[in-house]
Design a protein around this ligand. Structure first.
Ligand code: NDP
Length: 513
């Protein structure tokens, strides 16, 4: 670690620390005692941001239970400068040593995962089970990349002149910005931070303004676990201020972003200035094809799980189902039954299987997409709005919804639907299903259910998407690269390929003198 790293100004004693505020926030205080987190985590310490305060709302009751001071451009500059100062020491460590440090920090996080679970449910809305799964995947992901730190290697290349030979070496890029959305604040951060630091970069991350608390705590945990100061920093704040300040900061050499396609396009355009490296994981509208020879019960179950997990707020959610006509009635009924049976409620309530949507705005957007779709055609089979019998009424709940045969140019077919609503279409054969599946601006994931090897191979070869699951739930693996085609993104996360997006290659010619 570099001796030269600047120390972060100590927080005045009178200020509440992240820990004090977290303790109060997790007690469920009434609004008048909302605790304010002082701000960002920079250089291994809590950093007091400027003045603007962002509320943190519990989606299960619509109440503000905490607040975070937002970073302004000066705070952002501080974070980037600290990350920049930490870069030489971190990148010049032996890769095996770096892997050892990240691995130790990951183990410390894993030992404290239970702390993250209730915070995540409270600020995001997901069920405690979903939070536990996410927290576990987060720890595993960091540990997986820690093991890869000393496996970043180039190659030796023979050259025509036998007295010389070439080497291709890989070097870390520098300070990387990581912009993370609210739907999976832990795993979508790990996808960026873990390969970045394992490869020798330093990071400044910006969580969504609505989900800062889990991120601040895991930054503290990594630091407590021995990650050197300045290697990983977090700044809180809105996308339009803190996010853009990060993307446009001249010392940031790479930006990794997950979120909506329009914001991804804007970030890509901003990164043109300075020719910054960029990885974009954007929207999806993943098709699932169910053939007449499939295990129909398993397929229906995968469709329900794929669509309603995390209240439908996942880039890789199953967002369109195409089912062969001859088995359509059976499959549609099976999915509708599952949708009706799902227990919707606050994420921390006993027995809840689906929590609320994350924001009132997200729920209103979903309701609008559904209304415009049904106005154009299609049959609403179940759901269609907030469940009527649910307490507390102020949460952002939406009942699991199934729509059959809406027009192929309707919003539910053409747009990303980020909530628990699934359109299903009847199709005549595999050719029609693949044509419909590909008729989308997106190309993130896809899946096919069939027992016929020829059909499975056809689908895998012809669907335009970065991932195709065959007779499998749509689960993401650390071992496999993941990234979208078309408007769904650019670059890869996961897999060994992720490291290519956090390193630059250099050709070296070694002559004989
Ligand atoms: P955004 O794309 O607006 O936000 C994602 C992240 O980017 C957040 O951290 C946000 O910060 C930040 N951000 C926003 N604007 C900028 C900017 N100009 N420069 C830098 N960073 C920025 O998504 P939303 O949260 O608004 O969700 C809207 C829709 O996007 C959803 O309904 C869904 O369709 C899609 N989406 C898709 C995701 C996916 O995984 N495919 C994930 C999230 C959203 P902040 O929130 O603080 O403003």
């Amino acid at each position: 670690m570099s001796e030269a790293k600047p120390s972060v100004q100590a927080r005045p004693e009178a200020e509440p620390s992240h820990q004090d505020a977290r303790r109060e926030a997790s007690r469920g205080n009434p609004p008048e005692t909302v605790k304010t987190f002082p701000g960002s985590f920079i250089g291994g310490a809590c950093h007091r941001n400027g003045d603007a305060v962002l509320p943190v709302v519990n989606p299960a009751d619509g109440r503000t239970f905490a607040a975070v001071v937002a970073a302004d451009e000066a705070d952002m500059d501080r974070a980037v400068q600290v990350a920049c100062a930490a870069f030489p020491g971190w990148s010049e460590l032996a890769a095996s040593k770096r892997g050892e440090i990240v691995g130790r920090a990951a183990r410390h996080v894993e030992a404290h995962l239970k702390e993250l679970i209730p915070i995540l449910t409270r600020e995001q809305g997901k069920t405690l089970l979903e939070s536990r799964i996410e927290a576990q995947r987060f720890g595993e992901n960091i540990a997986w990349f820690a093991d890869l730190a000393d496996k970043v290697h180039g190659e030796r290349v023979s050259l025509p002149d036998l007295t010389t030979y070439g080497l291709v070496v890989r070097k870390p890029i520098g300070v990387c910005g990581a912009i993370v959305p609210w739907n999976f604040p832990l795993t979508l951060a790990a996808n960026k931070v873990a390969p970045a630091i394992a490869a020798g970069n330093t990071v400044v991350a910006k969580p969504a303004g609505t989900t800062p608390l889990t991120t601040l705590r895991f930054a503290e945990l990594l630091s407590e676990g021995g990650l050197p100061e300045g290697v990983f920093n977090v700044i809180t704040g809105s996308g339009s201020v803190a996010g853009e300040a990060l993307v446009t900061h001249p010392l940031v050499r790479k930006v990794a972003f997950t979120g909506s396609t329009p914001v991804g396009e804007r970030i890509m355009a901003l990164c043109a200035n300075g020719v910054k490296r960029v990885t974009l994981e954007l929207g999806g509208s993943d098709p699932m094809i169910i053939c007449d020879d499939a295990d129909l019960a398993a397929a229906a179950s995968a469709a329900s799980m794929g669509r309603f997990y995390n209240c439908g707020q996942a880039c890789l959610a199953v967002k369109r189902v195409y089912v062969f006509d001859s088995v359509a009635d059976e499959v549609i009924e099976a999915i509708a039954v599952k949708a009706r049976r799902l227990k919707v409620g606050p994420g921390d309530a006993e027995g809840t299987q689906m929590g609320p949507m994350h924001t009132a705005a997200g729920r209103a957007e979903l309701a609008g997409q559904l209304e415009r779709t049904l106005a154009a055609g299609g049959q609403l089979l179940t759901g269609g709005g907030p469940p009527e019998d649910l307490e507390p009424a102020d949460g952002f709940f939406f009942a699991p919804t199934v729509v059959v045969d809406p027009p192929h140019d309707s919003p539910m077919a053409r747009e990303e639907v980020f909530g628990p609503a699934l359109p299903i279409w009847r199709v005549g054969d595999l050719d029609e299903a693949i044509e419909r599946a590909n008729d989308s601006p997106f190309g993130l994931g896809s899946s096919v259910w069939t027992r016929d090897l020829h059909r499975a191979r056809q689908a895998a070869a012809r669907i335009d998407a970065g991932y195709t699951w065959i007779n499998s739930r749509t689960k993401v693996y650390d071992e496999l690269p993941f990234g979208g085609w078309k408007s769904s993104g650019y670059g890869k996360e996961h897999g060994q390929e992720a490291l290519d997006f956090y390193t630059e290659s250099k050709s070296v010619v070694l002559g004989s003198g």
